[in-house]
Design a protein around this ligand. Structure first.
Ligand SMILES: [Zn+2]
Ligand SMILES: [Zn+2]
Length: 407
């Protein structure tokens, strides 16, 4: 085990033994599989089960894992080694929203690449090969900022809207957790979804992402049945179109974004204002829209507004009925942040340093090993210096990510 790992393990242990540590007990804990990764050890300990949260807490505080996971699934025999012997009895519905998958401009500022051969590094998205030595193996160093986290929050909001309004889950069936790193996990526990297999879960994704949405299905004779007083996609599409038609855009940008010819884009810009009136009127006249835009162009626009507005979720996580997910209340081994429950109403107030940080802020000295952004969580880092002094929580974050070593 490296010095750094020993240091982190000691800090994690102190936290897990403290009164302030809050391990969350998943419902029906005795039916869940638990899994652990430890400091300084390869691989994952799997197929562990507990009869109570006290037993689980006892294990965590004596063995101090680096990462703790539990199964979204319920099993009859969760500690059996083979999946078949476990006997699957259902699973929660889980969503993963990660800033990593959401394009934000700030990534060009705070992410780096580094050549594994000559150590040359640079900002932003890695080039296809190292400009100095031609090596194609480049490591990415990804960091988080508030802008990235805000982007993830806005995706959480979109998803919650659909889960509550369209799919009819109750607030108490949904829990939102900060993942401890770059995003949020949304857990839905409800008897209505527990038995669903992969295909059914994929259909839920399709609905959320508006995949295969055909605008003609919303047509009732001469009327396009969308509006602010409708529900689900009829309401959402209305909002998306209003937003789109209120934007100013030049023909070239519009044609590129929407995937229509420049001539069609010019036409869209010409009729935009009238079209806005049509969409805002009741009923919305299908004929008028098609006459001014053409059916194909309108379909392209619908496609475009749907795609740019649907929540960005990692669908593999949701479809998987045997997923291991991070245990709320446990610490993320790469960041030291706690997997923290976030109130629906307070999503925008949430910030990791204030709400998911369990370590004090006295300063310790580190040696920088790899490129770091000039600012993390509001703390300015002088990345040109070899040695830096940072608050302990940030030190844990930098050590866990491999950005620094102990001085
Ligand atoms: Zn190189
Ligand atoms: Zn960012």
């Amino acid at each position: 085990m490296t010095r750094e790992e020993k240091f982190l393990e000691k800090l994690f242990n102190k936290y897990y033994r403290s009164k302030g540590s809050t391990i969350f007990a998943p419902s029906m804990i005795e039916k869940r599989e638990f899994a652990f990764i430890f400091f300084g050890k390869e691989g994952m300990l799997r197929h562990v089960s507990y009869r109570s949260v006290e037993e689980l807490k006892g294990f965590i505080s004596t063995h101090t894992p680096k990462h703790v996971y539990y199964s979204s699934a319920y099993y009859k025999y969760p500690s059996m080694d083979s999946m078949d012997e476990k006997i699957w009895e259902g699973a929660d519905l889980v969503f993963d929203i990660d800033a990593d998958h959401i394009p934000t401009d700030c990534k060009e500022e705070h992410d780096f690449w580094i050549c594994t051969s000559c150590n040359l590094s640079g900002k932003g998205t890695p080039p296809s090969k190292c400009p100095k030595c031609g090596n194609e193996k480049l490591d990415s160093l990804k960091w988080i900022c508030n802008k990235c986290l805000d982007a993830a929050k806005s995706e959480v909001e979109k998803l919650l809207d659909i889960l509550l309004d369209d799919l009819g889950f109750k607030e108490q069936e949904i829990k939102v957790f900060f993942s401890g790193h770059r995003g949020f996990h949304i857990h839905v526990e409800s008897e209505y979804i527990r038995d669903l297999g992969q295909d059914a879960r994929r259909e839920i994704i399709d609905y959320i992402e508006g995949r295969g949405l055909d605008i003609k299905l919303f047509r009732r004779g001469d009327v396009l049945d969308i509006g602010p007083d409708r529900s689900g996609w009829r309401k959402r599409l209305f909002q998306f179109l209003i937003e789109f038609l209120s934007e100013e855009e030049d023909p070239l940008t519009l044609s590129n974004k929407v995937g229509i010819s420049k001539r069609s884009a010019e036409r869209v810009i010409r009729v935009k204002e009238d079209l806005l009136k049509v969409i805002l009127s009741n009923p919305v006249e299908w004929r008028v829209i098609v006459r001014s835009l053409g059916e194909r162009t309108f379909e392209r626009i619908v496609n475009y507004v749907v795609n740019r507005n649907v929540p960005s979720i990692d669908e593999r996580v949701t479809i998987d009925t045997k997923r291991l997910i991070r245990l709320p209340g446990s610490l993320h081994g790469k960041t030291g942040f706690k997997v923290q429950a976030v109130d629906f109403s307070n999503i925008w107030d949430f910030n990791p340093v204030e709400h998911a940080c369990v370590f004090p802020d006295y300063e310790i000295s580190l040696k920088l090993k790899r490129p770091v952004p000039s600012q993390i969580f509001g703390v300015t880092l002088d990345s040109k210096k070899e040695r830096i002094k940072v608050p302990l929580y940030l030190a844990v974050y930098l050590l866990g990510n491999g950005g620094a070593t102990l001085d």
